[in-house]
Design a protein around this ligand. Structure first.
Ligand SMILES: Cc1ncc(COP(=O)(O)O)c(C=O)c1O
Length: 481
């Protein structure tokens, strides 16, 4: 007989002894984060980082004590990571994570519910549904709305547009997931602005329509879809006999934070019988603020909405949601399987695999619920409004000063600018130098062919003085050229 008890220490048990072992290990893990640091990221060169990591043997013949492994992770990894809570970490939509989410991650992993089927996640399924319905109500949907969590905005957009394609096919009596694209699909088009996230194009590619099936609509100076350009694109499609099957609007574009005119786009989608998807990965959090909510007017008219919890909801990766106005739309996606989703379950047993492009899936809803319950609506909204306030302040400072030029009006939490007289190479040098020194993780992008620098405000602990300092550091570095 095998002596299996020696392996027991590797597994999470919830008896007294097991919980004690887990608590000790968790406390060591927390301590491993305590590393000397300065600034938003390490100043070690890529080759030094590589050498430090390669020195760790992934799996030796004999295992190493967990305390040692955690300590090594501390000195080789956590000491050299990016620190999203540092006020100079302003490149991306990359948030600092909140304590309730982080500790709930531990319990999510320890209990390891799998969200694909009710028999693996009975109460967890209910929690995810509860959260999706909460989000649906916040978005302004009726009780028939629901959703599913995904790994990110890209996955949510692909899921929303997959539903859009299936919906279009179903209106001509085709089950596209079963029989493939019908002849008519050659004429199908998605519409999205020139500022839409690349995942819209990726979805069109993956769905067999091809990236060229995305008709790009021009945006206005703020980066929001220009409705006249949309109307003229629609007229052209009509003239060519092409059929818009999905309108994909963005609420909070990646670079400019712009929100498309949702209600006007919804009206055009409805008129054409097309699917209306809103990528609210960025600004979806505005539904939590009475002040910012009105910027999303029209989102309640969508057929599907992407919301990323791992952006302005301060959740650790991964946590996103795709909410649909009518839960029955998920039936377009459902594939029965003998071992998982048979369709003969008892009343009320929902297998979320029927809504998802994933099968096994984490119980990320728990950390979102834990965070929202801990923070509460008032503080959540206040933190969000503060970030928008920081961004507005930054835009004003840029406008009144001589060092920089604002490239678009500030819309949410991103400020995009360049500097009079500075070349694209100057901007690149400044961004790369600050990164290499570990002094600032500064954003760099291109707006309508013009090289630009970018601040993305994700950290509610940042102050107006911090914004002044960021601008000062970038200006000083530019003048050194
Ligand atoms: C507007 C928008 N949509 C979708 C995404 C993709 O999100 P994710 O990185 O979670 O896949 C992003 C990422 O920044 C985004 O800005």
């Amino acid at each position: 007989m095998n002596n299996t008890s020696a392996w027991r220490e590797y597994f999470v048990a919830t008896d007294e002894q097991g919980l004690h072992v887990l608590a000790e290990a968790a406390s060591l893990a927390v301590r491993s984060l305590d590393q000397p640091h300065e600034g938003p990221r390490t100043s070690l060169a890529p080759s030094q980082l590589r050498a430090g990591v390669r020195a760790l043997e992934v799996c030796a013949r004999e295992g190493v004590a967990l305390a040692t492994v955690l300590e090594e992770l501390g000195t080789a990894v956590w000491a050299h990571g990016v620190r999203p809570l540092d006020v100079a970490c302003v490149a991306h939509l990359h948030p600092p994570s909140v304590v309730p989410a982080v500790v709930t991650e531990l319990t999510i992993a320890a209990s390891n519910q799998s969200m694909d089927s009710w028999d693996q996640a009975p109460v967890a399924t209910e929690v995810e549904l509860h959260l999706m319905e909460f989000l649906g109500r916040r978005l302004g949907f009726s009780d028939s709305a629901s959703g599913v969590m995904t790994s990110g905005g890209t996955a949510s957009n692909v899921l929303g547009l997959t539903l859009a394609r299936s919906w279009a096919a179903s209106t001509i009596g085709v089950d596209v997931l079963k029989t493939g694209l019908p002849e008519e699909a050659r004429r199908w088009r998605f519409l999205a602005s020139d500022q839409a996230h690349f995942s819209v194009q990726r979805a069109a590619g993956q769905l067999g329509l091809g990236r060229d099936a995305v008709v790009t609509v021009a945006s206005d100076e703020s980066g929001a879809m220009d409705i006249r350009a949309l109307d003229s694109a629609l007229s052209q499609l009509d003239a060519q006999g092409l059929v818009p099957i999905a309108f994909s609007a963005t609420a909070g574009t990646t670079d400019l934070g712009a929100i498309d005119p949702l209600a006007q786009i919804a009206e055009r989608a409805r008129h054409r019988g097309a699917w209306f998807h809103v990528d609210a990965a960025v600004a979806g959090a505005f539904v939590m603020s009475d002040v910012l909510r009105e910027r999303l007017a029209g989102v309640e008219l969508a057929d599907s909405v992407t919301v990323d919890f791992h952006k302005l909801w301060w959740q650790p990766f991964n946590a996103s949601a795709l909410v649909v106005r009518d839960v029955e739309r998920f039936d377009l996606l459902r594939v029965r399987s003998n071992y998982l989703d048979r369709g003969d379950e008892l009343e009320g047993m929902i297998n979320l695999v029927g809504r998802s492009l994933d099968t096994s899936r984490r119980f990320d809803a728990a950390k979102v619920v834990a965070s929202l319950r801990t923070i509460g609506q008032r503080d959540f909204a206040a933190m969000l409004e503060h970030l928008v306030g920081l961004n507005d302040y930054c835009a004003r400072r840029i406008t009144v000063g001589d060092d920089f030029e604002l490239l678009a009006p500030a819309s949410s939490v991103t400020c995009v600018f360049d500097a009079p007289g500075a070349s694209a190479d100057d901007l690149r040098r400044v961004q790369q130098e600050l990164l290499a020194e570990g002094a600032m993780v500064l954003g760099r992008t291109e707006i309508r062919g013009r090289a630009a620098l970018k601040f993305t405000f994700m950290n509610p602990l940042a102050t107006f003085e911090d914004v002044d300092e960021l601008l000062r550091v970038v200006a000083q570095r530019l003048h050194r050229r």
